[in-house]
Design a protein around this ligand. Structure first.
Ligand SMILES: [Zn+2]
Length: 334
């Protein structure tokens, strides 16, 4: 029953009439879930970054993932610790960029002695997991570290499975490697590396894995996707466009199976997508798509504040489209 409600059509370019996988779950199934994920908005209106609190409910053991802005993250974490809802056991980074790993020192000052699980280039890192290495969080959450080098060479995605549910609840924290309907820039890698990271490593995860990226970039990503995949021909693109027009938050909403219906970067092995960008191989298509997207970001000024590499000094000169505030949402079931 759960499998059926979460499993997505295998055929490309189709989508479920209800795009939100979790809406199909019965209250009993939701109650049975024990992996909780809470997002914390950071640098909202400029970087639109996410930090995440990942919790094993049985033990309350929790990771704080990418807590780049201590002043925005610590009050949320402290409230949950004080209320006895979580026990922080590690700081985790998806990669070394300051808007993901820049808060490690501040967090450690507040919560000393925590291990820092991250790639080799993160500040104060104490454990860099191998590709495929499994880490345990609390009683039920099995986390597999997946090396996904390209955006940075130390990029790690964390694939999480709650082993107490059947089938397991699944989630993946992708940092700046995979965004909903997009991918990160190739700052330290090649198109070929991104193809491997997206299509083979992340694309190889089960279809019902929900995606938790490092930024809320979906709306601007869809704007680009529409220039490549005509929404009149690709129903999934239209679905995502409609969704982003009425929802600000897309993290944890869409699955890996859905990603393969509207994200052209995930589809570079498909001849139809290669044709659309006049490429003859997956790597060529990946390079071409990224180049087109980079040009579009330069051409559309309102997309500029969403460039996560804009330093804070420069950010101050850019009018924020939305008032910056911290979102404190209750622990939500995945
Ligand atoms: Zn980054």
């Amino acid at each position: 029953m759960l499998t059926r409600s979460l499993r997505l059509p295998r055929a490309l370019f189709q989508y479920r009439s209800n795009p939100i996988a979790t809406h199909a779950l019965s209250p009993q199934l939701i109650k049975a879930r024990t992996m909780h994920i809470q997002h914390i908005k950071m640098r909202w209106g400029t970087g639109d970054n996410y930090a995440y609190i990942l919790t094993d409910t049985a033990t309350k053991d929790s990771w704080i993932i990418d807590p780049a802005e201590p002043q925005e993250v610590i009050p949320v974490v402290q409230d949950l610790v004080d209320a006895g809802k979580i026990k922080l056991t590690a700081i985790v980074n998806t990669h070394h960029h300051y808007d993901h790993a820049g808060g490690n020192k501040g967090l450690l000052q507040e919560f000393p002695k925590l291990p820092v699980i991250a790639g080799r280039d993160s500040p104060l890192v104490s454990l860099t997991p191998q590709h495929g290495q499994v880490l345990q969080l609390g009683a039920h959450i099995k986390v597999t570290a997946l090396h996904t080098p390209c955006h940075t060479q130390d990029s790690i995605s964390y694939f999480c499975e709650d082993t107490s549910t059947q089938p397991a609840q699944r989630a993946v924290f992708t940092g700046d490697t995979l965004f909903i309907a997009g991918c990160g820039r190739f700052f330290e890698g090649t198109a070929s590396e991104m193809t491997k990271a997206l299509v083979d490593t992340l694309g190889g995860l089960p279809d019902d894995t929900l995606i938790y990226p490092g930024h809320e970039y979906t709306k601007s990503n869809v704007r680009f996707v529409k220039t490549v995949m005509d929404p009149a021909k690709y129903d999934a693109v239209k679905m995502l466009d409609d969704y982003t027009n009425s929802h600000e938050i897309t993290t944890g909403v869409f699955s890996m199976g859905q990603e393969k219906t509207y994200n052209p970067f995930m589809l570079v092995r498909e001849p139809a997508i290669q044709q659309l960008v006049k490429a003859e191989s997956a790597h060529e298509a990946m390079a071409s798509l990224r180049e087109k997207k980079n040009k579009m970001i330069v051409m559309i000024p309102e997309v500029l504040p969403h460039n996560h590499m804009v330093p804070k000094e420069v950010e101050k000169t850019i009018p924020a489209p939305a008032k910056r505030r911290i979102n404190i949402s209750p622990l939500s079931t995945l």
